[in-house]
Write a protein that binds this ligand. Structure first.
Ligand code: COA
Length: 257
């Protein structure tokens, strides 16, 4: 029996032992607005504290986008804004790693920037054949710090550098070929398949599942994220960043110096 709640711009439903978390600002491609960020934190907290919940699925409302990344409309170019923003966002991106229950990203469309990073923080990614993956931050003069910290081990240094330094978009099949995601499914089967995986995980002994996650987490280290939090704010003070962000807002191509 389904139970549903709303946390800011995020929907939360429980279906048996699975919690379904849906980013719900499809007009803005589910970018990480204040309401999505706070709602995601609250929804994960709810799932964490509900003993009946064994697995969490994260997805995006609408057919177009999982999450288009950080909310570019709020960017300011001051050192204090930049530091606070980077600290907050990197913590949010890492939340799915830190919760001790498995998290499945059901990627229904664009997983760009922070949306891409949020998906790779999940334990499993199942993608619709319409999904697209990219870390396009370079085009704003910025960097995907969380992805840089994680992609080496996921897909190797060459591919990681290529994606983060060029912002190249990947189809779901290309992401699968790189080993970035578990599987690609027909768009209309996305949630069914995510729930099937959730049920499979929920049927296993939960102590062993949680220990598996925490043993895998040991290889994550921690230094890279601390370093990213310290250095990335400086990028906001670069003229090319101001130009990249302004160009996105004005819907034109940036002219970098
Ligand atoms: N932050 C804030 N708003 C965003 C956004 C973001 N990251 N991504 C998309 N939006 C908004 C657009 O501004 C637009 O708003 P509007 O309707 O008020 O003009 C709306 O969502 C639809 O996006 P649009 O760009 O028109 O859709 P599209 O299909 O042409 O392109 C993308 C889709 C994902 C390719 C494009 O939106 C994009 O490149 N987004 C930015 C991704 C990014 O750089 N993320 C990292 C940020 S650090």
């Amino acid at each position: 029996e389904a139970n549903s709640m709303q946390f800011d711009r995020v929907n939360y439903e429980t279906h048996g032992t699975t919690a379904l978390i849906t980013f719900n600002e499809p007009d803005k491609l589910n970018a990480l607005s204040t309401g999505i960020r706070s709602g995601f934190c609250k929804a994960l907290d709810q799932a964490r504290h509900d003993d009946d919940i064994r697995v969490i699925i994260v997805t995006g409302a609408g057919d177009k986008s999982f999450c288009a990344g950080a909310d570019i409309s709020g960017f300011e170019f001051t050192p204090s804004y930049a530091k606070n923003f980077i600290d907050e966002v990197l913590d949010i991106l890492a939340l799915a790693e830190q919760i001790n229950k498995p998290v499945i990203a059901a990627v229904n469309g664009y997983a760009f920037g922070g949306g891409f990073e949020l998906s790779i923080a999940c334990d499993f990614i199942i993608a619709s054949e319409q999904a697209k993956f990219a870390v396009p931050e370079i085009q704003l003069g910025l960097l995907p710090g969380f992805a840089i910290a994680r992609l080496n081990k996921l897909i190797g240094r060459q591919q990681a550098k290529y994606l983060s330094m060029t912002g190249t978009k990947l189809s779901a099949e290309e992401a699968k070929d790189l080993g970035l995601i578990l599987k690609v499914v027909p768009h209309e089967q996305l949630l069914t398949q995510a729930f099937a995986l959730a049920d499979e995980l929920a049927s296993k002994p939960q102590m062993a599942i949680r220990y598996a996650k925490s043993i895998y987490n040991r290889e994550l280290g921690g230094d890279e994220l601390t370093y990213a939090k310290d250095v990335m704010p400086f990028l906001f003070l670069d003229d090319d960043t101001k130009e990249g962000v302004t160009a996105f807002r004005e819907k034109r191509k940036p002219i970098f110096k």
